[in-house]
Write a protein that binds this ligand. Sequence first.
Ligand SMILES: NC(=O)c1ccc[n+]([C@@H]2O[C@H](COP(=O)([O-])OP(=O)(O)OC[C@H]3O[C@@H](n4cnc5c(N)ncnc54)[C@H](O)[C@@H]3O)[C@@H](O)[C@H]2O)c1
Length: 389
Amino acid sequence: MRKLRVGLIGCGNIALNGHIPAYLETPERFEIVAVADPFETQRELGLVKARLTPRDGYSDPLELIKRSDIDLIDICTPQHLHRELIEAAAEAGHNIVCEKPLAAVPADASAAIHAAKKAGVKLAVIHNYLFFPEVVAAKRILDSGELGDVRVVTVNFLGVVDSMGASGFKPKWRHDYASSGGGVLMDMIHGVYLANHFLGSPTQRVSAHVTSHTQGDEVESLALCRLESGDSAALVNIGWGYGHGGIDIVGSKGRLRVNYENFGTCPWSAFENMVVTVGSDTRVEPVNFEPNSESIHDKIRWSIAAALVDIADAIEHEKLSVASGEIGLEVLEMTLASYASAATGQSITVPLETSSPLHIKGVSGIKDLDFTSSAKDSPVRKHKLFGLN
Ligand SMILES: NC(=O)c1ccc[n+]([C@@H]2O[C@H](COP(=O)([O-])OP(=O)(O)OC[C@H]3O[C@@H](n4cnc5c(N)ncnc54)[C@H](O)[C@@H]3O)[C@@H](O)[C@H]2O)c1
C-alpha cells in the first residue's frame, strides 16, 4: 500500500477537527508534510494539530503547492477559493481532494475539473456523508433490489446547526453569498448528494421553495427542494433551526426509514435505527458502527477518514473515487437550480446550459434570469436574498 504525502490548505474547523485527525489516525495511508493558511492563528493551530514545525507552515498556499514531495493536495478553504487552488495544484501535477461544495459557482467547478483532466491528476470531493454506516447500509439494501424500484426519497435535515467559521478568519462567511454561494442548502449540500445517491438515476428537473427567517440575512435559512428523475423524485428539506431529521426511501416493494435520536437531524443527533418494511414484514436492520463514532465530531472525523481512504484507493488503483469532480459539479448545479426555481417560480432543468447566468455566476446570476409575474413576490425576492432587489 502506498503512503500519500499530503499538503493541506486552509487550517479552519474542518481541517482541525476532521481532516488532520483523520490523517493522523490513518498513518499507514497518509503523512501530512505541510499546511498553509494566510491567517497566522489558524496556521499555527494547523501546525500544532498536524505535529509539524513552523518550517512546514506556509502563509501562501501557492508556495506549498510548489513543493515536490507532495502526492495529494487537500483543500479545506471556503468554496469561493477552491478553483484557483485546484488549478494551481493540478498544474503542479498534484492529485487533489477538495472539501464540498467543489465551488460556489458551476463555471468554477467546470474549470477545476478541466484543469485536473488536462494535467492528468485525480480530483475528488469530500462527500463524507456517503460513508456514514447507515447510508452505506441503506444503499446496500436498495442495490440488492429488496425494495424494488426507488420511487420517492425524502431527506429531512430541518434541524441544522448554523456553524460559525474559524475565529481567526471570518466566522460569518457562510452568510455572505459571495463566499458561500448560498445558505443552509449550500452548506448542507450533503442532503442533495445523498438524495441523488439514493435515487440512483440522474436528476433532470429541480423545483423549490426557499426563504429566510432571519431579518436582513443575505442567504436562505430554509430550502424545500424537489429533484425529479423520470418517474422517481426526491424531496430534500434543509433548514437551520429545530425541525425534524431522518431519511425515508419508498420502493415498489417496500420502504426504509432511518431515524436519528428524538427524530433529530444527522449528524447533530445520533443514529437511532433503520426500519425496513417489505410487503407486510417489518424489521430493524442492524447497522455496524465503528467504536466511538456516535458523537458528531467522531462521526464527521471518521467519515472524512473513510472518504480520504477511498480517494487514496482511487489514486493507487487508478479508479474513480466515490465522489469525483463531475459528481461535485452535478450536485452543485442541483443546489443552484433550487435557488433559481424558488426565485423564478419555474422548474429548472439540469445540467444547466453553460451559457446560463446561473452556471456562469452562481447565485449572483439569479438576477439575470427570466422572472414570471407570479414569482415577483417570491420569498427569495421579498427578503432580497443573494443580492436581489
Ligand atoms: N464535509 C464536511 O462535513 C464539512 C464540514 C464543515 C465544513 N466543510 C467545508 O470545508 C470548507 C471550510 O469550512 P470550515 O468550516 O473549516 O471553515 P472555517 O472558516 O472554519 O475555515 C476556513 C479556513 O480557510 C482559511 N483560508 C481563508 N483563505 C485562505 C486562502 N486563500 N488560502 C488558504 N487558507 C485560507 C481560513 O484562515 C480558515 O482557517 C468549506 O468549503 C465547507 O463547506 C465540510
